[in-house]
Design a protein around this ligand. Structure first.
Ligand code: FES
Length: 171
């Protein structure tokens, strides 16, 4: 079995309810360029694009699974695995890099224990991502926590933000 089959073959969760996918596909059925809006809607429903859903989209829109896989892996907006409840993006663009974003990343990765090659904690509480410039270079280094932009971040300030989130969840 090749990578494509492994990615799109519905073998991981045969119980997944695909009704939403069918509805989304039906809404966009005769549109040109429907694939990206359909994948966005599917992701918005499940929080990522499960392989079963991708296979159903391929079937519904009558496009090759290889095309779907190509689109999902080309655009960084699409997630092939579930993300954590809290998303932390550390900017690693040039300005942030010069101002020490590496130290922030290292500290976060040291403290938030992630399995090898994973960006999301096992309990799916945090997802840590390194992203390209988000256009806020004047306040570098920048960390985005759940869509809130934090500027002039240090490793300590970043960890304080993450602890606040953990503590709020414990209350
Ligand atoms: S390089 Fe980080 S915001 Fe521009």
């Amino acid at each position: 079995m090749d990578t494509l089959d492994q990615t799109l073959t519905p073998h991981t969760n045969s119980e997944l309810d695909l009704t939403a996918v069918d509805e989304i596909v039906a809404r966009h059925q005769n549109e040109r360029g429907a694939l990206i809006p359909v994948l966005q809607a599917v992701q918005s429903h499940y929080g990522y694009i499960p392989p079963e859903a991708a296979a159903r989209v391929a079937e519904g829109l009558k496009v090759y699974p290889s095309k779907i896989y190509g689109v999902m892996t080309f655009y960084t907006q699409f997630y092939l695995k579930p993300k954590g409840k809290n998303r932390v993006m550390v900017c690693c663009g040039t300005a942030c890099h010069v101002k020490g974003s590496d130290r922030v990343t290292r500290r976060v990765l040291d403290e938030i224990k992630l399995s090898d090659g994973e960006d999301t904690t096992e309990d799916r509480f945090f997802t840590i991502e390194q992203v390209a410039c988000i256009g806020a270079c004047s306040i570098a280094p920048v960390v985005v926590v759940n869509d809130k932009v934090h500027g002039k971040m240090t490793p300590d300030k970043t960890m304080r933000e993450l602890r606040k989130i953990s503590e709020a969840a414990d209350e």
